[in-house]
Write a protein that binds this ligand. Structure first.
Ligand SMILES: [Zn+2]
Length: 341
């Protein structure tokens, strides 16, 4: 067991170390390979430094495009950048590295390192269990965003169907404003299009650019206009039937007199809740809830689990894995708001 547990580690700066050569999602000077699991900011730590100092920086092509779009002046085109499709393996020394799909945002990946002794060391990255293939492994580093037993979404309705019907109903009164994070906004756009919502989508420049990257990588988002363009302004100022997509940080600034819907993962009581005069919160998440995390760990058949205690509070999840599954589990890094196991 000792040999197995030493094969993975989470550093105090949030680097997920797998095997001998790989550091995921933060810069680590001792590792020649950096992997970027997806384009969210808390997984891009020290990326410029990694590009400078590491031998190779690995990610999916979609993550490369998204990370560049979301970060001004970040260039991921040099010879050190190696884009890798899901399921393709590269070798480094005695180790094999493979990225597997994670259902989270466009381009998101899980990472599997197989060492010379055949030990399989995996990192889930951020994921939703429903459409994420479970990676069989000996050692697993797992995200812990909703790692407390209170973080369960046992809703009786299909959240996406509910969201579509809410948007359709409110479009009869004019423009509907929809707020969320990058990546999730585009998932909502795709869900609406798949449900035959055909009104124009209007959005500011950054949301538009992210949406174009999503279309380049296979999503179909239909008619989109910039909020600063002539058509976009006509739609918004005329309160015409369209959906306006904004990053959640614009919530206090736009669409204050319109129907408004925010999508958020931090809601467990009900699938939909009124939070303002014409404003609703819909519980749409791109992470597994507590039950999903436990289910993933169980199906991975890992003998040793490390919970990510850098990006979230992994101590509770580690304790629950020990208790419910009888699998050895520890939070890393140690010493961040944790209880003794
Ligand atoms: Zn994420």
């Amino acid at each position: 067991m000792k040999r197995v547990i030493e094969r993975a580690h989470v550093t105090k700066t949030g680097a997920i170390l797998l095997g001998d050569n790989v550091a995921c999602d933060a810069f680590e000077a001792t590792r020649p390979l950096r992997v970027v699991t997806h384009a969210h900011a808390d997984h891009l730590g020290g990326l410029r430094k990694s590009v400078k100092c590491c031998e190779k920086v690995l990610m999916t092509p979609a993550t490369r495009d998204l990370a560049e779009t979301l970060n001004d002046n970040l260039k991921l085109r040099g010879e050190k950048i190696k884009t890798l499709q899901y399921g393709k393996t590269i070798k480094y020394g005695d180790e094999k590295i493979t990225l597997h799909k994670a259902d989270h945002i466009l381009g998101a990946a899980q990472v599997l390192v197989e060492d010379a002794g055949g030990i399989r060391i995996a990192y889930s990255g951020d994921f939703r269990v429903e459409n994420t293939p479970v990676v069989d492994c000996d050692v697993l580093v797992v995200e812990a965003t909703y790692g407390k037993p209170s973080c369960r979404r046992n809703f009786e309705v299909d959240v996406k169907e509910l969201l579509v019907s809410m948007v359709e109903r409110r479009l009869r009164g004019g423009t509907v404003y929809l707020f969320g994070f990058h990546g999730k906004l585009q998932e909502v756009m795709q869900t609406l299009r798949q449900s035959d919502v055909e009104v124009p989508f209007v959005m500011p420049e950054r949301v538009y650019e992210v949406s174009k990257v999503c279309e380049k990588h296979g999503m179909n988002l239909g008619c989109m206009s910039l909020s600063t363009s002539k058509e976009g302004q006509e739609l918004l100022e005329g309160n015409l039937p369209c959906v306006a997509f904004y990053h959640v940080n614009q919530r206090q600034h736009v669409g204050l007199r319109n129907a408004r819907i925010c999508v958020s993962g931090w809601e467990f009581q009900t699938a939909c809740r009124q939070i303002g005069d014409r404003e609703y919160l819909v519980a749409l998440s791109d992470h597994s809830d507590f039950d999903g995390l436990i289910e993933y760990v169980r199906r991975s058949k890992a003998k040793q689990v490390i919970t990510d205690n850098y990006r979230s509070q992994g101590n509770v999840l580690a304790g629950e894995i020990v208790k419910r599954l009888g699998i050895s589990a520890v939070p890393m890094p140690r010493g961040k708001g944790q209880t003794t196991l």
